[in-house]
Design a binder for this molecule. Structure first.
Ligand code: AMP
Ligand code: TRP
Length: 334
């Protein structure tokens, strides 16, 4: 029996993923690859919308791939690839743009937020067409499900609208994908400001756990996490956001239930608890960091993995583009 297909993408905007990226997104990717035919890509073309420095883009792209492998994406089980290495993304992207209304694209809140921030004269057209390229990423592979965070819900809706529109205009071509919106429980908050989500754009990095930071740095950050009034280690997101966030992290990384952890710390203080969380995080991330650095140290091996992934992806993507070209009246090269 063939398995349902999932596709997801992550931007190589940062050197290291943070704990929020891992627990909120990548961990689900790793779990899904066992039960699904999984396609995962690092969306380096999307990253161009923020005009990264070329050297940094290259480094961050390789680091993203190495981290995905170290965190458990298995290239034998999943198709792991770089978006820019499969030219069909651009080919279908253009067709998606021709299918999208200007008003429709203008309503995307991510675009609206960004263009309001920097102004119409400075915002790139790539930020505007970003969702159409994302639709192409998904539709090329006839994905059934797309695991993403809540912030991407509107882009998935647009993708579904475009696929439905294409199918009714030109005949059934695309699978209509479903968003697989990642659970709120997987949201990780800033250690210093536990009402904001953990993010690279926070003012201070002291509340951010980076996968590739040293064990010493991460241990220190957790031990200095802000806690709440009271002394009990008890989950209460409204009254005790700091302790609740640490409980979520502890529980997801250790596989233990929240109530089991609460029971262990009855009668003990926040200090003991934070020490235990630090230990769990550090021991979880230690081999991931080592493996990532090892992979980055062997570019020949890493490139071979990328090449194999792109070749696997291309087979599927080519077939879709050929069908689309035929349907819309482009002439196949003889
Ligand atoms: P970003 O680079 O912020 O766009 O994040 C990439 C992925 O990680 C997206 O799927 C986000 O939903 C997820 N993510 C980012 N920050 C967090 C967080 N603090 N908690 C849970 N998931 C997150
Ligand atoms: N826009 C997504 C984000 O910022 C990244 C992305 C690009 C993506 N193409 C995709 C996610 C296709 C899922 C499927 O998180």
């Amino acid at each position: 029996m063939s398995q349902p297909r999932v596709l997801s993408g992550i931007q190589p905007t940062n050197g290291s993923f943070h704990l929020g990226n891992y627990l909120g997104a990548v961990k689900q990717w790793v779990d899904l690859q066992k039960s699904h035919d999984a396609f995962y890509c690092v969306v380096d073309l999307h990253a161009l919308t923020s005009s990264p420095d070329p050297k940094e883009l290259r480094q961050n792209t390789l680091t993203s791939i190495a981290q995905l492998l170290a965190l458990g994406i298995d290239p034998e089980q999943s198709t792991l690839f770089l978006q820019s290495q499969v030219a069909e993304h651009n080919q279908l992207g253009w067709i998606m743009e021709c299918l999208t209304g200007f008003g429709e694209a203008s309503r995307m809140t991510q675009f609206k937020d960004k263009s309001q921030k920097v102004g119409n004269d400075r915002i790139g057209v790539g930020v505007f067409t970003y969702p159409m390229l994302m639709a192409a990423d998904i539709l090329l592979y006839q994905a059934d499900q797309v695991p993403v965070g809540e912030d991407q819900r509107q882009h998935i809706e647009l993708t579904r609208d475009l696929a439905t529109r294409f199918n009714s205009q030109y005949g059934k071509t695309f699978t209509i994908p479903q968003g697989y919106i990642l659970k709120e429980g997987a949201k990780i908050y800033d250690l210093q400001d536990p009402t904001s989500k953990m993010s690279k754009s926070a003012e201070s990095m002291s509340g951010l756990i980076e996968i590739l930071d040293t064990p010493e740095t991460n241990s220190k950050k957790i031990k200095s996490a802000i806690t709440d009034t009271g002394r009990e280690v008890h989950f209460d997101a409204a009254e005790k956001p700091g302790i609740s966030n640490l409980l979520t992290i502890f529980s997801t990384l250790s596989g233990r239930s929240i109530s089991d952890i609460e029971a262990e710390f009855v009668g003990k203080g926040y200090g003991d608890f934070k020490g235990a969380v630090a230990e769990v995080v550090v021991e979880y991330l230690r081999p991931v960091r080592t493996k990532t650095l090892e992979l980055l140290d062997d570019p020949v091996h890493l490139n071979a993995i990328l090449k194999a992934g792109a070749e696997k992806a291309e087979v599927v993507a080519r077939k879709t583009v050929a069908e689309v070209y035929e349907r819309i009246g482009l002439i196949a090269r003889g």
